[in-house]
Design a binder for this molecule. Sequence first.
Ligand code: 13P
Length: 292
Amino acid sequence: MPYQYPALTPEQKKELSDIAHRIVAPGKGILAADESTGSIAKRLQSIGTENTEENRRFYRQLLLTADDRVNPCIGGVILFHKTLYQKADDGRPFPQVIKSKGGVVGIKNGIVPIVEPEILPVGDHDLKRCQYVTEKVLAAVYKALSDHHIYLEGTLLKPNMVTPGHACTQKFSHEEIAMATVTALRCTVPPAVTGITFLSGGQSEEEASINLNAINKCPLLKPWALTFSYGRALQASALKAWGGKKENLKAAQEEYVKRALANSLACQGKYTPSGHAGAAASESLFISNHAY
Ligand code: 13P
């Protein structure tokens, strides 16, 4: 329903919608490198590395300066506010590094409005229960966005995939997860929304890629781009390969490139696991009561 007194000019609407389309262009998704200082501390601790400003800067630089193979894969990068002001070794501010590789820069909701209603996978609930709750939450979200006259074409949705709870004993196939996810989205998300960029939410790197691939292959009409905004599932193997040591820079970047390429294919429904996945590829990245 158009607002009687539009808050945005046609030019502003075009700008927002163009940015949203650039981020989710075919083969592209988002690198979520927006861990707060507290969250990155836990990641660094997991590889026995001290949480210093220089280690955080070096690690983010490692991701942001991976070679040009990532350029067609990464449409945008979400940074933590403080990271926005850090610089690469050559003196360029991180936002400039990202832009030079064709990416859009943002901080939490700074790229275009990204709406992020996450249902945590904590519990032993099954797939149907997650689908039910996801539909309820998304329906409420889009009612609220409508009440506030939000310009949906200029937004992205960052939801959880519909998956069983982490402690659920019943196993579901990637195709079942994909069907439940796309069904929940079709019931609740207007086609005007430009793209849906899933968070990985504790899935392993491989699971997140295979599920994204299955979602894109799901034989239902899907009016939005369906891609990734992965934090843990793009970084886990890279983080492990780095191990806090400067000399591991290239090996770590290689792991990151591998995941970026895998997810770029997955968001087009073209991913086939190669069997040459990284050190953390099949490791669960679930963290109980995880906070970003
Ligand atoms: P995870 O992929 O680790 O769930 O993070 C997603 C994200 O977009 C954080 O902003």
